[in-house]
Design a protein around this ligand. Structure first.
Ligand SMILES: [Zn+2]
Length: 443
């Protein structure tokens, strides 16, 4: 018998059936939120909407957006999870925190039902990626407040695979366990995969000899960058797959299949995704080649459901059939609206700069740090960037490398950079989220 997570939602329903299902679930969700959430009652009133105005999927566009700062404010002004909380605290079985890349963390409550939904989505994500019952999964991310921890454990166990919870800051234990239990799968952030490869080599062990077959990366955008991915695949001799979610919506929602062309959306019966223009907020059709900001609406959530939540994630879309058999749309995260820099009117993403620096491996180590005099997004050129030169680069080669880096940055990203070359392994490495920028006025 096929298990619920083994078949895509788009394969289970016809397009019409899925739209109908999403519409019905949206209607129920809005009715429930209007009855239980003070914040959404106020938001609907402000938009002159009543729950009965939202009856089918097409009505989604009538609803106002929810911004991250509203959630933060909602929580500052009310107890527990804030004014958007819908379920009674008695029904909450776990609390997570969404750290976010900017600002204060917010608490995220999960009821038993929410937990079941998350577990189902997580199982789908890792099944789509190729993880099976017989696999041993070594987990190298945080297992505490972070949503990419315990909920992933639940989903991987539902899949029937073996979950080995190492967590972070335990590289020695990770290596010992990998040598003894020989897990095939490692889950971590892309920056930790790099950090760990350096660490393993410092022990005189080749990363490949640990025997991993797949490394699933998430928690930060780097996994989508071809050079970052190629480096991990080469170092470890593995297939890299990427998964992506959102702490306020679900731990993971997108998963890369073995075909490796973007991440499939696997949760369209639980969450509706939309694509918008981040500046005009206009909805854009999810079609091949489209780019924009990802927006989520929960349609099966009890504790802290959100409507049309702006993720700040900028994505590029692929559609059309995938050789893996799944027909859901695929994406790649191309940056975040909140870490964007504006250099003389040109939008520049730190992840895109990182991409260029990584394309110079082995002349660079791929590591870099952007130094800002003060908080962005507006920056006066030249942009100061520290870059680690490669292990085999000689002193005489440095001026040439600096010139080449600055030229490619100017050609590809249209801004003037001032590259400061530093020795390998001198820039900070991060086990969790990599910070590409350092603001001097904050130090
Ligand atoms: Zn696929």
């Amino acid at each position: 018998m096929t298990k619920s997570f083994e078949i895509g939602v788009e394969e289970r329903y016809s397009e019409e059936e899925l739209k109908k299902l999403q519409g019905e679930k949206l209607r129920k969700q809005v009715d429930y939120m209007y009855a239980n959430s003070q914040m959404y009652r106020e938001k609907l009133k402000q938009a002159s909407l009543l729950p009965e105005d939202i009856r089918e999927l097409e009505d989604l566009e009538k609803l106002p957006f929810t911004e991250k700062h509203e959630i933060r404010k909602s929580q500052e002004n009310a107890a527990d999870f804030g004014k958007h909380q819908c379920a009674d605290f008695t029904d909450v079985v776990r609390v997570h925190s969404s750290s976010g890349t900017t600002g204060k963390p917010t608490y995220v409550g999960v009821t038993n039902h929410d937990k079941e939904v998350w577990t189902d989505i997580v199982a789908r994500v890792y099944y789509t990626a190729g993880v099976r019952r017989h696999h041993r999964v070594l987990f190298g991310m945080g297992l505490t407040f972070f949503v990419g921890g315990l909920p992933l454990k639940d989903g991987i166990e539902k899949l029937g695979a073996t979950f080995i919870p190492i967590g972070t800051g335990a590289s020695e234990r990770l290596v010992n366990t990998a040598q003894h239990l020989r897990p095939e799968v490692l889950l971590c952030t892309p920056s930790y995969a790099n950090y760990l490869a350096d660490y393993v080599r410092s022990l005189g062990i080749a990363p490949k000899d640990l025997g991993f077959e797949m490394i699933g990366v998430g928690g930060e955008p780097g996994g989508g960058l071809p050079e970052v991915r190629a480096k991990i695949e080469k170092d470890w001799g593995v297939r890299v797959f990427e998964a992506m979610g959102n702490a306020d919506m679900a731990p993971v929602l997108f998963s890369e299949c073995p075909e490796g062309e973007g991440m499939h959306f696997v949760a369209s019966d639980y969450v509706i995704s939309e694509l918008i223009d981040p500046d005009t907020r206009e909805v854009k059709p999810i079609r091949d080649g489209a780019e924009g900001e990802l927006v989520y609406t929960a349609i099966d959530r009890e504790c802290v459901p959100l409507l049309r939540f702006r993720t700040n994630d900028l994505i590029k879309v692929w559609t059309g059939p995938c050789a893996c058999g799944r027909s859901s749309f695929r994406i790649r995260c191309i940056g975040r609206t909140d870490d964007m820099l504006i250099i003389r009117g040109v939008n520049v993403f730190p992840s895109a700069i990182k991409d260029v620096i990584s394309s110079f491996i082995p002349r660079t180590t791929g590591e870099m740090q952007i130094i800002l005099k003060e908080e962005g997004p507006a920056v006066e050129p030249p942009l100061r960037i520290k870059v680690e030169y490669g292990y085999d680069v000689t002193e005489e080669e440095l001026p040439e490398l600096k010139k080449d880096l600055e030229k490619v940055l100017r050609d590809k990203l249209i801004f003037r950079a001032n590259i400061e070359l530093v020795a390998p392994e001198t820039l900070p490495r991060y086990e969790m989220k990599t910070k590409y920028t350092k603001v001097l006025s904050k130090a």
